[in-house]
Design a protein around this ligand. Sequence first.
Ligand code: C2O
Ligand code: CU
Ligand code: CU
Length: 553
Amino acid sequence: MKYSKDVTQIALALIVGGIFIGCGGDSVVTVDSNLTEKEKMLEEKVAKYMVSSTLPTLHILPTMSDEDGNNQDAKATYTLTANKNVNVKIETPDGSWNTPMWRYNNNPLPLVIRTSRGNAMTLNFNNRLDADSTIHWHGFKIPAIMDGGPDVPVKANDSKLYSFTMNQPASSLWFHPHPDMQTGKQVYMGLAGVYLVEDAISKQLEANKELPSGDKDVVLLVQDRRFDSEKNGVRKLLYKTKEMDADGMKGATLLVNGSVMPKLNVETTQYRFRLYNVSNAKTYDFAFSDGRKFKIVGTDGGLLNKPVEVDHIMLGSAERVELVVDFSKEHVGDKLLLVSKPYQADSMMMDTNSNSEMDMEDNGMGLTIMRFDVTTKVSDDITLYSSLPANAEIATRLDPTTASNAGSSRKFVLSMYNGGNMGQGMSGNGNSNSMNMTFAINGKIFDPNRVDEFVGAGTTEIWEIKNMSPMAHPFHAHAIQWQILDRNGIPATGTDLGWKDTFLVQSGETVRIIGKFESVNVGDYMYHCHILEHEDAGMMGYFRVGDSGNVKK
Ligand code: C2O
Ligand code: CU
Ligand code: CU
C-alpha cells in the first residue's frame, strides 16, 4: 500500500542506522523499529473494512438554529444546556449498544453552531451537571470574562449568558467545558460542540465553486473512548480506570461523529472535510488507504492562503484542518478509507507500550477511521482556489522585527518528571498514578491564584515553546491565533503557515510563534497543554492581557 512507503523507508533507514539516534547534547531519541509490522497490521484492518457490508452510516452533526428566528440580522441567540445521562446509541460494524453520556440540549450528538463574522452572539448556558462547568470558546478572540476559563465557573444548576461579537476569519472552531481540574472528564463524558464561522471571503469562494460547500462540506469529529462491558444492553463510558490514564486518557474505541467506523456515501466530486481531533489525549496521523494526495485548505483559525498538498496530516488533541479530497476520478462502487498511520512513537510511548494491537490503538496509530463509498456519478464543478484575496488576514505574514518583544521571546519550557504531588490523577477511586508524574510549564504547575505572564493589550509578541519532556504536547493559548515562525530554527512551511491556536511540540523541539493580542480582549486567559489530563494536572498557566500588575484579581 502506498501510504506505507515513506514511513517504511524512514523506519528501515533508522533500523540500519541503529536503534538510538543521539540528537545532540544529552537528549536521546529512541527509534521505534516496528513500524513495518504496524503497517502490516493496518493493511489487514483496511482489507477487512474495505469489504464490510455492516458499516453504520456517518451521522451528520445537527446544526442549531438561531433562536431569534432571523438568520439575516447580525445577531444570533442560542441556548446550550449541559445534561447528564443522555442516552446515546453507539453504532458499530458489529452491532450497537447504548451509553449514557453528557450532552448539550439532551441531543445524542454534538451540536454545530454556524455563524458569520461580525455577528453578535448570545449564548445562554445552563449547567445541569452536579459540578461546576463553563463553556470555553476554543480559538475565539473574545474578552476574558466571556472566555469560559476555570476562573469564571458556572455552578451546578446555575446559568450564564455568554455574549460576544465574532470578529475573526472564517474558521472551524469548537467549544467545550473548562472547569478547574474537571475539563478532561466533562469533555470525555461527551460535552463538546462545533462552531463554524463564515466570512465574506469564504462565502465568495463557495459561491464561485472554489471551495466545496453545502452537503459537500462535512464536519468529522474524531474521539476515542473506553467502554465498560455490556450490562443489559448498556456500556458505560470508563474514565481514568487504568494507571496510565492520568498521563492522558486513551480508549481503544474510535468514534467519528459518535459512530465506530462509519461510512459516508459520496458523489464523484470534491468534498471538504472539517477534521477535528477532539480526543482527550491521542495524536493521529490521518491519511487515505490508497496513499492519495489531498489538499489542506484550512487550519485551526482559518483558511490557508494557498492550499497545501499532502498525503498525510498529523493532528494532536484540539487541532483541526479543513481538507479537500477529490473523488472525481473514482467510479461508482469504489471505496476509500480514512486511516491513522503508524507514526514514529516517542520514547514515552515506547516506555509504556508494547506493540500489541491494543497498544497501537491506544496510541492513535494504525487505525481505520471511516469509509467513503462512491455511489453517484456527477460532474465535478469545483476548481479549488489557488490563493485567497489579498485582504485575507492570513495573506500577510506577521513580521517578527515588529514584535514588542523582538529579540527576547517569551519562553515556555514544557517538562515532566516523576514525583511531586500530582498523583491525584485517578480521581475518586483512591488509586494513584504509578508513575506519579508531574507536568509543568516553566517548572510550575497551575495555581489558580497566580498570574504567570503579563502581556500588553494590542501588542504583537513572539512566544517560544521548548519541549524538554519525552513526549509530544499540543500547546494552546486562549484568545489568540498564532502564526508559526519556525521549528528548531527551520522556517515554517506547509500547514504551519495557517492560523494556529493549538500545535504539537514534539519531544526535544522548540517552536517559535507570533501573534497579536487584540486590544479589545483583555483579562486573564490560559495557556496549556491540550492533552486534557495534563491540563487538569496543572500543565497550564494564566496570562493577563492589558495589566502589568502582579496580583491576580
Ligand atoms: Cu480547548 Cu483551554 O482549551
Ligand atoms: Cu481554548
Ligand atoms: Cu501535555
